[in-house]
Design a protein around this ligand. Sequence first.
Ligand SMILES: [Zn+2]
Ligand SMILES: [Zn+2]
Length: 223
Amino acid sequence: MTKLINPIPLGMVKCFLLEGNTNILVDAGLSRSPDRIRRELDRIHVKMESIGLIIITHNHPDHIGGLAALKQLTGAKVLMHRLEADFLVRGQDSPAAPQTGFAKVMMRMFPKSEPSGIRSDLTFKDEFDLRPYGLKAKVIHTPGHTDGSASIVFDNGEAVVGDLINGRMGPVGRAATLPFLLSSRKAILSSMKMLLERGVETFYPAHGAACSADAVRKLVARY
Ligand SMILES: [Zn+2]
Ligand SMILES: [Zn+2]
């Protein structure tokens, strides 16, 4: 049996399985991730072929690296914000500026996106309703890490938020911090406030542990 939101750990990043009347994968990990994703799905008795939709939160190599292989293995359609879809076609990272010296160094070491020949099948501008997929949830435009970043927001107060927030990575440190790369600090703080106003109680980021609305309120208050 799976839960509604199933984190799939892939080392430095996570993707998520959402269980609807067709299964949905949120993000595609790194280029080396598809094998690991298959093993993790096996473990919870979910078949690759049961995935009918892959939602990409944004066009960065740790979120789309495995997309071409996963699309082939699952036959799933790909959904992303229309701004990110343009970068997927061009094979470019969606623009985001490093916020610290450490982030600059990390960025230089990180693989860059390359043209994969794949396109998104579905795009959206403000919202995309997942009710037809059997989930009481919407994909919502939450810009700030990149201009076309998206989050998946459930009616029950849970949300999968991509790189909107960095969760706590070890035993110490803050429960929620800003990501190392931003396209707009103003936009990312507005996106967080919007999700809080919509009643999100638990945030599942792609990097680090899940955090509470309270931790996100504290993060917003620091800026
Ligand atoms: Zn990113
Ligand atoms: Zn990321």
